[in-house]
Design a protein around this ligand. Structure first.
Ligand code: HH2
Length: 274
């Protein structure tokens, strides 16, 4: 199993760790954009040193209740970090839902587009399909980041998620995108209840029947807070590693994580036991 991307054919016969690089300044009072850019590049270098196989660079927070970032601002955050990390020797994914950002980062050489909207904004499908090789991750989200937790999905979520992901992947295939370029993600936390998120993990094998590799995003998520009682996301490292391992055991092949070192160590134990 391989993931075709712009510069790399990623071998997914083993789980790969995707390290999260956020370029999302919360404060404008402390040196501004330049400091943020430098910090993100340093963080990216650190994650590669810790063993990240892929980096996921994001310029817009998608936490529940978060506000959209204007196009110019997102480009100003993401492009300098992308430019300075292209030489690191690992595939670079950009977490965005804007077709304009997709085109700009693919022009610059990004390897993967990771979209929590599964290419439903504007001409995002066309932006990815126009590229001959870029990889793409299509994620399921119910509603949007502002409202998804106000009215989560109801009932048995798996068939809904599965049908949605199948339809989005087919829309890309219909535009000539090769199957090997596509990875699917059930979208843990995006408009689902805590039991629904765990149910999707428990029944992950059914999603694999669609024939695409799966990405799992459990890192520091609130479902882990709900079952451990840990309020602070940064305290959820052990819980995150446990969830990542369970996802890997159930067939996920890309693990999107903040805590790369801990996840890589745990995966070594998992691999040794296989
Ligand atoms: N989760 C977040 C962002 N992007 N992409 C995929 N494919 N899957 C996910 O589960 C996923 C994602 C969460 O975003 P945010 O709240 O911005 O936090 P962070 O990026 O720090 O994890």
């Amino acid at each position: 199993m391989r993931w075709t991307t712009t510069r790399f054919d990623i071998d997914l016969s083993e789980p790969r760790v995707m390290g999260i690089v956020n370029v999302t300044p919360d404060s404008f009072s402390d040196g501004g954009q330049h400091a943020t850019t430098r910090a993100a590049i340093t963080h990216a270098e650190q994650l590669v040193a810790e063993g990240a196989h892929i980096l996921d660079i994001g310029g817009e927070s998608t936490r529940p209740g978060s506000q959209p970032v204007p196009l110019d601002e997102e480009l100003a955050r993401v492009l300098p970090v992308l430019r300075e990390t292209l030489h690191l020797g690992v595939p670079l994914s950009v977490d965005t839902n804007k077709p304009e950002v997709m085109r700009a980062v693919l022009d610059l050489g990004a390897d993967i587009v990771n979209d929590i909207w599964a290419l439903r904004q504007g001409d995002a499908l066309g932006a990815v399909a126009a590229h001959p090789r870029a990889g793409v991750c299509l994620m399921h989200m119910h509603r949007d980041p502002l409202t998804m937790q106000v009215a989560p999905l109801e009932g048995d979520v798996l068939p809904v998620v599965r049908g949605f992901l199948r339809e989005r992947a087919q829309a890309l295939r219909d535009l000539g995108v090769a199957r090997e370029r596509i990875v699917l993600d059930p979208g843990n936390g995006f408009g689902k209840t805590v039991p629904q998120n765990f149910s999707l993990l428990a029944r992950q094998a059914e999603l694999l029947e669609e024939g695409y590799p799966l990405l799992a995003g459990w890192s520091r998520k609130s479902s882990l807070g709900a079952v451990t009682g840990l309020q602070n996301p940064a305290d959820r490292v052990v819980a995150s590693v446990a969830a990542a391992l369970l996802a890997a055991e159930r067939g996920a092949r890309v693990l999107r994580v903040h805590d790369v070192r801990a996840t890589v160590e745990a995966l070594k134990v998992w691999q040794a036991a296989r």
